[in-house]
Design a protein around this ligand. Structure first.
Ligand SMILES: Cc1cc2nc3c(=O)[nH]c(=O)nc-3n(C[C@H](O)[C@H](O)[C@H](O)COP(=O)(O)OP(=O)(O)OC[C@H]3O[C@@H](n4cnc5c(N)ncnc54)[C@H](O)[C@@H]3O)c2cc1C
Ligand code: FES
Ligand code: FES
Length: 506
């Protein structure tokens, strides 16, 4: 399959799907060739693009960017400095986590789990399965959003943010002092320490307590950090009393926020005095695609936790992957769509959902919120759920994209690896369990369920809910959906045992 650069106007004009992103102002792509190049561009006002979730939303909301600097999937080979963005490595008394590392990788990376299991555990509470697969540490910090969790967690952990100056030299600052318009390279998290995080009252307030600091999220324009000393309860109480009024908004009054800050800080200080014993949590089950540097520095015990996956070809992108053709530029993208090669020349602002629906003609992928929230538009990119409404098409370059249409061809699906091969079984279980009514959300739910079952063949109900949490269904009340996933797991287990018994008989 291949498609030319022209949009498909008949389909676009038909109003079949949400068109809000058609208002995005044109922008250029600038793939940096070095860390200094990226740092200079960001200092000059270009927008870094990491997971791109916020970038897409801000562009759609009418903000204009002249130039996007893609940082997703940085090269793994050393030489340009850009490889640091994708690294997780052990440094001198600290764990370095690169800015382009995704939430999913932070929560599941063996080095983070071995050295800061508390940080890995708190990170697992961020967003939902799609957000964790795409969102990055750097994007979360640089969004300067009061409700985002990286800043309070890292501030309480006394992490240092590493930024690159426009000339490429590295500088360090605290989370609270993070400057705007600087390229974030990563964070250095001390190897010792313990963070307790309570986000049960989000979006009203969140609190993280570490050995030497309390950090408060959601309540002010940016994370407030209160250092504490030996008499920490008294120190914190005095600092809280001296704070200015928190935000007063539709979620809560300033007075309520102030009161709940006190409640959560008190609760976290007590929990911090008796920290829980944290075990490795593999609920996300994401195979970490760690760069070589992670394995090079990992101690033997950490290495043994997980076999090193081979470097993927798309981790090393050529500068031509996204071309820079001047005004009205075009991106040349090659992916596998439901197992078939699919090439497209599209404007940089084209979203994956439109490529799939209007160029490939696969309209099983639907659009709901158009804001990366509801999950209706979910497709699988390299076997992980992605919000195609908020993923630019060029982000899918050199990936495997699966849509619901993949489920309708079991024979070819079987030949295409784990997730594709179990899709028909999941679809069958949804049909048998009547796990849909209007069916609008169903393609997204089936794809998320297939991605889950590819990682966890026998998930417990908590894990199923954790994954499905990311998809909204207005009709079913969810119970039948959960039961369908359980039925699919049972059906797949039946297949597996039938296969193994026929294999042993042979
Ligand atoms: C439905 C939903 C739920 C969410 N829930 C949560 C939650 O519970 N907790 C939470 O913490 N977050 C949450 N988020 C935010 C999410 O975790 C992402 O971190 C966030 O959307 C931005 O990450 P990104 O990598 O996509 O950043 P991008 O969109 O790529 O970038 C965001 C901003 O940072 C800039 N930027 C990116 N990388 C760098 C860099 N290296 N240096 C300098 N600037 C940079 C960009 O230019 C842009 O201004 C949620 C988001 C959504 C849509
Ligand atoms: S339409 Fe994409 S997440 Fe709602
Ligand atoms: S079946 Fe109607 S929205 Fe889920």
């Amino acid at each position: 399959m291949s498609a030319g650069p022209e949009p498909a106007p008949a389909r676009l004009a038909s109003g079949l799907i949400s068109r809000s992103h058609l208002g995005i102002e044109p922008f250029e792509m600038r793939r940096p060739d070095s860390l200094a190049d990226a740092a200079a561009a960001v200092a000059d006002g270009s927008w870094a693009h990491a997971g791109g979730i916020d970038v897409a939303q801000r562009l759609r909301a009418g903000q204009a960017a002249d130039e996007l600097v893609p940082l997703c999937r940085p090269p793994t080979s050393a030489g340009t400095g850009l490889e640091m963005l994708g690294e997780i490595s052990l440094g001198d008394g600290c764990l370095f986590i690169g800015a382009a590392v995704t939430h999913a990788r932070i929560e599941s990376d063996p080095l983070v789990q071995a050295h800061r299991p508390d940080v890995a555990a708190t990170w697992r509470t961020i967003g939902n399965v799609r957000i964790r697969a795409a969102g990055t540490l750097g994007g979360n910090l640089a969004a300067f959003h009061p409700g985002y969790d990286a800043a309070p967690i890292l501030a309480a952990a006394e992490a240092t943010v590493v930024v690159a100056e426009p000339d490429g030299t590295l500088d360090r600052c605290s989370v609270a002092d993070l400057p705007q318009h600087r390229l974030i390279v990563g964070c250095e998290v001390p190897l010792s320490g313990q963070v307790v995080f309570d986000r049960s009252l989000k979006p009203v307030v969140s609190v993280a307590v570490g050995d030497q600091a309390v950090a408060i999220g959601c309540a002010y324009a940016y994370t407030v950090v209160i250092p504490h000393g030996a008499t920490r309860t008294e120190d914190v109480a005095a600092a809280l009393a001296a704070l200015a009024d928190p935000i007063n908004d539709a979620f809560a009054t300033a007075a309520y926020r102030r009161r709940m800050i006190g409640v959560l800080v008190d609760r976290c200080l007590r929990a911090h005095a008796e920290p829980p014993v944290l075990a490795r949590d593999d609920r996300m089950g994401v195979p970490a695609t760690r760069p070589a540097s992670t394995q090079e520095v990992a101690p033997p015990d950490a290495r043994s936790l997980e076999a090193a996956p081979p470097a993927r070809s798309q981790d090393v992108q050529s500068p031509d992957d996204v071309s820079r053709d001047g005004a009205g530029s075009t991106t040349h993208v090659e992916m596998h769509l439901n197992g078939e090669p699919f090439a497209v020349a599209a404007p940089p602002s084209e979203m994956l959902v439109d490529t799939i629906r209007t160029r490939a003609g696969l309209d099983g992928t639907r659009v709901g919120c158009d804001q990366a929230v509801c999950g209706t538009c979910t497709v699988l990119v390299d076997d992980m759920p992605a919000a195609s409404c908020s993923t630019f098409t060029w982000q899918a370059d050199d990936t495997e994209v699966l849509t619901i249409e993949s489920a309708s061809d079991p024979d070819s699906a079987n030949a295409r690896g784990d997730v594709a091969s179990i899709l028909p079984a999941v679809q069958g279980a949804f049909a048998k369990s009547s796990a849909f009514q209007c069916g609008y959300c169903t393609p997204g739910l089936i794809l998320v369920a297939a991605a889950l079952l590819a990682r966890h063949r026998d998930p417990d109900r908590a894990t199923i809910c954790d994954w499905l949490d990311s998809n909204v269904c207005r009709c079913t009340g969810y119970l039948m959906v959960i039961e369908a996933v359980e039925a699919a797991a049972a059906a797949l287990a039946g297949h597996a045992s039938a296969d193994s018994s026929s294999g042993s008989a042979a």
